[in-house]
Design a protein around this ligand. Structure first.
Ligand code: B12
Length: 216
């Protein structure tokens, strides 16, 4: 069984302890890197999300998988990135969250972990984050980028609201604003005056590096 198939089995069966142990073994034996494992987990969560949508699995199964993945990222992969020196010196500060009225967290958390594993300081504000909360945090920590996630067509308007609130406070030029989430697009980003859009966590790294003029 391939590494991906084995991880997928643990994720869909919510075998959190087994998955933690397996990831740890892979890391110790250098068979995989923490960022490599994050990429595999991202693909698996996309698969699980699609299965839910196609009614092949039900809500408790979806949530169980998401919780397994979150525990493994929080307890094994993020700490491994810190400890192994994969984490480079901070390349920039990013405040990320899911916008007001929207509770979808899985994709945004993956984007946050990818950014973290690529050397960025990530401040993950969670879900249903208001414009005020995004801006207060960005001001407090001196962020370079504000990342807005939206999975609902109905919540996309709140991405726009954050940009308008920045403009109102004369802070728009202080931060690069990026948007993402399945109903969003490049056109939408342009339409609301965001600085960029990315389709997934990997593209987000390239986007953020481009916006911060980081060449690598
Ligand atoms: C999981 C899920 C839920 C879970 C969320 C659990 C959690 N903790 O996140 C629960 C069950 C709670 C849920 C609830 C609802 N959901 Co829902 N949900 C999904 C589902 C199945 C998967 C989403 C997911 O996690 N995908 C996996 C991740 C890895 O992918 P992702 O989120 O797209 O993220 C990637 C990119 O988009 C991007 N990205 C994401 N964020 C960001 C941010 C930035 C800055 C950048 C650059 C990139 C980026 O990178 C990510 C990683 O690669 C989708 C359908 C689907 N197949 O996508 C529906 C879906 C998003 N849900 C939907 C709906 C309608 C709802 C509900 C309204 C249902 C209801 N009637 O109650 C509620 C909304 C509650 C609320 N107020 O928010 C609709 C939205 C339709 C729309 N366009 O408006 C979808 C598309 C299902 C459908 N086809 O109808 N949902």
């Amino acid at each position: 069984m391939s590494i991906k198939d084995k991880i997928k089995k643990f994720v869909v069966e919510w075998e959190t302890e087994d998955l933690k142990e397996y990831c740890q073994t892979l890391l110790k034996s250098n068979e995989a890197t923490a960022s490599g494992l994050l990429k595999i987990i991202g693909d698996i969560m996309k698969f699980v999300g699609d299965q839910f949508e196609e009614e092949e699995i039900f809500l408790p199964e979806l949530i169980g998988s998401a919780e397994t993945v979150k525990a493994v990222i929080d307890e094994i992969l993020d700490p491994a990135i810190r400890a192994s020196g994969e984490e480079k010196k901070s390349m920039g500060k990013i405040v990320i969250g899911t916008v007001e009225s929207d509770v979808h967290s899985i994709g945004k958390d993956l984007v946050g972990s990818f950014l973290f594993s690529n050397g960025f300081e990530v401040y993950n504000l969670g879900v249903e984050v208001t414009a005020d909360q995004f801006i207060s945090k960005a001001e407090e920590i001196g962020a370079d980028i504000i990342g807005l996630s939206s999975l609902l067509t109905m919540s996309m308007v709140f991405q726009k609201q954050v940009i308008e609130a920045l403009e109102k406070r004369g802070l728009r030029d202080k931060y690069k604003v990026i948007v993402g989430g399945s109903p969003t697009s490049d056109d939408w980003a342009e339409n609301i005056g965001a600085d960029g859009w990315a389709d997934d966590a990997i593209e987000t790294i390239a986007l953020v590096k481009k916006l911060l003029n980081i060449s690598e």
